[in-house]
Design a protein around this ligand. Structure first.
Ligand SMILES: Cc1ncc(COP(=O)(O)O)c(C=O)c1O
Length: 436
């Protein structure tokens, strides 16, 4: 199923009382999640207990960064590593990244094929800027994290493929195939934010084979179809789930694949700000030029510290073991809670967690009336009802580009306190029981 979504909104506030500004600023929608958090914070300030499972972040009092990384950061500041870093990222860090991905993912890249930035965001933006011209087609699945906004930034043509629960919300080769002609960028993400699901080997192989064939069919003067492969959560898979990437599966895709990766999620280090891209040098060099004007480098002490930390294999394994166990426990408990509610006749569902910090849950209540007889007409009414009645804050898939009628939500567990879950489920059940 395919749907084209833009990031525009006509009533953006740039016209009317305010002076005219750029078309981009007038039409870009800010992060919906950040907006939701304004309302939530207001409620918390007013003393309400809110189970705020909206943010793709961690509560550092539950999930802290690795102690060794913290020590190295402090040490680097004490050593006064406080001037400009190298534009492409410090050499010791890029060497450490090459070793890290070679040891753990069997990906062989040289330091000159690595670009470091202040997290994944500036790199994703830079990939779009490097490849996509105005009006060129970008294929991405929805729900997915922020691709709709990045396409809007570059004024590309949106080719948004709405995925389904049957495929764990991952796009398939069949979904993508009809749109390949003329596309210049295919944005893939696995493990996927917002769903916590992953590509199976077969699914990704089919997509890769298709991209390779498409590129072989393009003439020398034609732009190729590049893959943006966002694997920000790849170290966070659970149970038997395995992570796959296009280049390990199809080495011939190396000239067409740009990875986005970093420490933000897999080391609970969202505030530390360090990410990297790896890809062919001719793309990485262009990205570096763009990034040099943005100045979105990762701070030098964080680079020096991460360079040392990434080489500490034992410490990393130990950290990931405990960190992942804590996250998986939460995901499993909440999944089990939703499945029990489903058994008990509630119109809810959830998808078994595979990776990352997200659980995909469904809450169907459109068409029902609340205790005061008011109809929940739209999914956004259901979202507001959950917040107001159960104190439960979730992000609807529409915030990730999916249809506004989608009854699916992202539930993020990085801030979940296990001792809250009993109360949360009690309130959720009570609030849904009041609907008729
Ligand atoms: C899939 C994915 N990629 C990239 C990012 C950006 O990460 P960073 O915080 O490093 O900018 C996020 C953040 O939520 C994400 O979910």
């Amino acid at each position: 199923m395919e749907r084209i979504v833009g990031s525009t909104q006509a009533d953006s506030g740039s016209i009317g009382d305010s002076p005219l500004l750029s078309h981009l600023s007038g039409t870009l929608i800010g992060s919906e999640i950040v907006k939701m958090n304004g309302d939530i914070k207001e409620k918390i300030r007013a003393g309400e207990k809110i189970f705020n499972y909206t943010i793709g972040d961690f509560d550092p009092s539950i999930f802290s960064i690795p102690a060794e990384l913290e020590e190295e950061i402090i040490y680097a500041y004490r050593k006064h590593f406080t001037n400009y870093p190298l534009g492409e990222g410090e050499t010791d860090l890029r060497q450490a990244i090459c070793k890290f991905i070679s040891d753990r993912e069997k990906l062989n890249y040289k330091p000159e094929e690595v670009l470091v930035a202040s997290g994944g965001r500036p790199l994703i933006y830079t990939v779009y800027r490097t490849i996509v011209d105005k009006g060129e087609k970008v294929i991405y699945a929805v729900p997915s994290w922020n691709n709709n906004h990045y396409v809007h930034f570059v004024e590309g043509e949106h080719c948004a493929i709405e995925t389904t629960a049957e495929n764990n919300f991952m796009p398939t080769a069949d979904d993508i195939q009809p749109h390949l002609k003329g596309a210049v960028l295919l944005a893939l993400c696995s493990p996927l934010n917002p769903t916590g699901t992953t590509f199976s080997r077969e699914q990704l192989e089919e997509i890769c084979a298709m991209v390779l064939k498409e590129n072989q069919s393009r003439g020398a003067s034609e732009k190729k179809l590049f893959i943006l492969f966002d694997q920000m959560y790849w170290l966070m898979t659970y149970g038997t789930t395995e992570h796959y990437n296009p280049v390990s599966l199809f080495p011939d895709l190396k000239p067409y694949t740009i990875f986005v990766d970093g420490i933000s999620k897999c080391f609970a280090a969202t505030g530390v700000r360090l990410g990297w891209s790896i890809g062919p040098a001719f793309i990485i060099n262009k990205m570096k030029s763009i990034l040099s004007h943005l100045g979105a480098w990762s701070p030098l002490p964080e680079q020096k510290a991460t360079a040392k930390y990434l080489l500490q294999k034992g410490a990393i394994d130990q950290y990931l073991k405990i960190f992942k166990a804590g996250l998986f426990e939460r995901l499993q408990k909440i999944h089990a809670g939703f499945q029990q509610m489903k058994k008990d006749g509630f119109t809810v569902d959830s998808i078994a967690p595979q990776a990352a910090i997200y659980l995909t849950v469904k809450i169907e209540a459109v068409g029902k009336k609340n205790g005061a007889g008011v109809l929940l007409e739209k999914q956004s009414d259901v979202t507001a009802y959950l917040l107001n009645q159960a104190g439960l804050a979730l992000v609807p898939f529409s915030a990730f580009g999916a249809s506004h009628t989608s009854p699916w939500y992202r539930l993020s567990v990085g801030t979940v306190r296990i001792e809250d879950l009993h109360e949360m489920f009690g309130k959720l059940r009570d609030s849904l029981k009041k609907l008729n």
